[in-house]
Design a protein around this ligand. Sequence first.
Ligand code: ZN
Length: 216
Amino acid sequence: MRVAFLGPPGAGKGTQARDLAQEWGVLHLATGDMLREAVTAGTALGREAKGHMDQGALVPDDVIIRMMAERLGAADAVRGFILDGFPRTIAQAEALARLLKDLGQTLDTVVYFDVTEPELLRRLTGRRVCRACGHTYHVTSSPPTRAGVCDACGGELYQREDDGEATVRNRLEVYRRQTEPLLDYYRQRSLLAPVSGEGPVATIRDAIRTSVGAAR
Ligand SMILES: [Zn+2]
């Protein structure tokens, strides 16, 4: 099982990837987590990535690609993987194809999480965090008992700047520009399997299982 999950921020890829990787006994390779781990571990690659992140810049393709090459070449990747957050650009997709070719492997399916823009905005701007204890809520999907008040400690809930509408719209715009061209790229290679990313988590999970031929 070698698949990539593709879709906008807020599409729910991470949750599904984590659960399905466990179910299928394959690696869940989330680029964001891998970068944070490399930074924490202080590896050469982590230090390089941190330099870019500290300046508020995106980590360049070549750093991400080297990190993935190392990980995909490791012994435990032989059983398969779910890529979550990679590839994000055409350059990364081409590098991935070369990497897998060198390893004598191919990508089976690219699952595309289709979610409408209003729904993404609702999900991404609805997060509220407790000022006192850091507990997170969502105004519609996991609201506190009393609006604006933390259930755990009675603290005040607020919206982080990252979750504000302007920042969220900017993140979605970056996604559209960088990542949407990948839909055509994988459609042309007959690898793209769109699933609806809206509705109950279990229903979406079933659709993913079917799309990768792992229905049960
Ligand atoms: Zn609290």
